[in-house]
Design a protein around this ligand. Structure first.
Ligand code: NDP
Length: 252
């Protein structure tokens, strides 16, 4: 019975996950589809990976759409939102997941690196949200994938990245004040170390990150996807402007 209930939570809803061909975004797309939503994902380079996510969703009986659109390209993101609404007829949930990190000491971080992190992680989030808000239904959901380092900072090497995620946090809190009258919630999910291509559990950076967790291990993309699915669902309708951390206790 639990399975039947879970399947129905997002039936009839349409979700857009930016950067959904791999990693956390792909996990979120698969989970929202399993909960009944039609899902659209964007990517930049990984057309095959994006097609594989679409196939996984379709094989499980869901609907999915993959669109090549760089989060840093405002026109491409806006066009992607229009394409999603044309394909699925509505938009209910936006997950601003696309993001990147260039781990380096701040003084060695180039202007190009800074622009890349700001444009994808922060500017991209603002642009996608503006485009989506033209269509998102009342009682919709805007969900950011921030980071636990947008809240607290324990390690060197992520200065500019953390600053972009801190900006995402305040964007969340501010926007929640403007769209709440429509029942739209705006929340920021802050992962800790999650095993992906961006942050492999076997990489050089893994050991200090594991040491900082309470649970002494990396998390899985499904840990983040489960929280996103809850926030996207009807039971989370009174949660807004919140920063929800899923980090194995890193920020405890
Ligand atoms: P990955 O690098 O593993 O995957 C990133 C995904 O986003 C891919 O599908 C990639 O596809 C897509 N993508 C990358 N750049 C762009 C872009 N400019 N426009 C559109 N799509 C893009 O990253 P993660 O899954 O690890 O990270 C996802 C989010 O989670 C990011 O915002 C990250 O900051 C955040 N996060 C991750 C943590 C972790 O430990 N992994 C911890 C805390 C936060 P393609 O290559 O085809 O573009």
């Amino acid at each position: 019975m639990q399975g039947i209930f879970t399947m129905a939570r997002l039936t009839g809803k349409v979700a857009f996950v930016t950067g959904g061909s791999r990693g956390i975004g792909a996990g979120i797309a698969r989970r929202l589809a399993a909960d009944g939503a039609s899902v659209a994902i964007t990517f930049t380079k990984g057309a095959d990976a994006a097609a594989a996510v679409v196939k996984q969703v379709e094989d499980a009986g869901g609907k999915a759409l993959a669109i090549q659109a760089d989060a840093a390209d405002a026109a491409a993101v806006t066009a992607a939102v229009e394409q999603i609404v044309a394909a699925f007829g509505r938009l209910d949930v936006l997950v601003n997941n696309a993001g990147t990190a260039v781990p380096k000491p701040f003084e060695e971080t180039s202007l190009e690196d800074l622009d890349r992190m700001i444009n994808i992680n922060f500017r991209g989030t603002l642009v996608a949200t503006q485009a989506a808000l033209k269509h998102i239904r009342d009682d919709g959901r805007i969900i950011m994938i921030g980071s636990c380092v947008g809240d607290r900072m324990m390690t060197p090497g992520l200065v500019a990245y953390a600053a972009t995620k801190g900006a995402v946090k305040m964007f969340t809190q501010g926007l929640s004040r403007e769209v709440g009258h429509r029942g739209i919630t705006v929340n920021n999910i802050q992962p800790g170390p999650i095993d992906t291509d961006l942050n492999p559990a076997a990489g050089d950076w893994a050991t200090p990150q594991i040491a900082l967790t309470s649970l002494k291990r990396y998390g899985h993309v499904d840990d983040v996807a489960a929280l996103v699915a809850f926030v996207a669902g009807p039971e989370a309708s009174y949660i807004t402007g919140a920063n929800l951390t899923v980090d194995g206790g890193t920020n405890a």
